[in-house]
Write a protein that binds this ligand. Structure first.
Ligand SMILES: [Zn+2]
Length: 113
């Protein structure tokens, strides 16, 4: 049994598991349509994810989730962020490329920020 509501709940559960694993603070998680990004976060711990992530395979969901959560520790995509991504996701560049290919098929959509 699968429904949009179950999928959202499952996705949020996934975000919570990642947040626990990474030790990132999360105050709220929203899953809704976003026009230009896959996800965003605020320094207060508010996370927003694009609802179309629910249709992607789990490895890509994990990439976006970890990507955002690691911005709690590193605000940009510099050395620290890259080394954290590598530590937790391994060869993440491949996932980034795959996500960009998916994004390319959608009008106006950009990569993860
Ligand atoms: Zn980013």
């Amino acid at each position: 049994m699968s429904s949009a509501i179950n999928d959202k709940a499952e996705f949020k559960e996934r975000v919570h598991r990642w947040a626990e694993k990474l030790g990132a603070r999360v105050t709220s998680i929203a899953v809704r349509p976003m026009s230009t990004k896959w996800a965003s976060y605020s320094t207060t711990g508010r996370l927003t994810f694009d609802v179309s992530l629910l249709g992607l395979r789990e490895a890509l969901q994990d990439y976006v989730i970890a990507h955002e959560l690691l911005h709690f520790f590193a605000p940009n995509h510099g050395r620290l962020w890259k080394s954290l991504m590598r530590a937790h996701l391994g060869e993440h560049e491949q996932l980034d490329r795959e996500l960009r290919r998916v994004a390319h098929k959608r009008v106006g959509r950009r990569a993860v920020s």
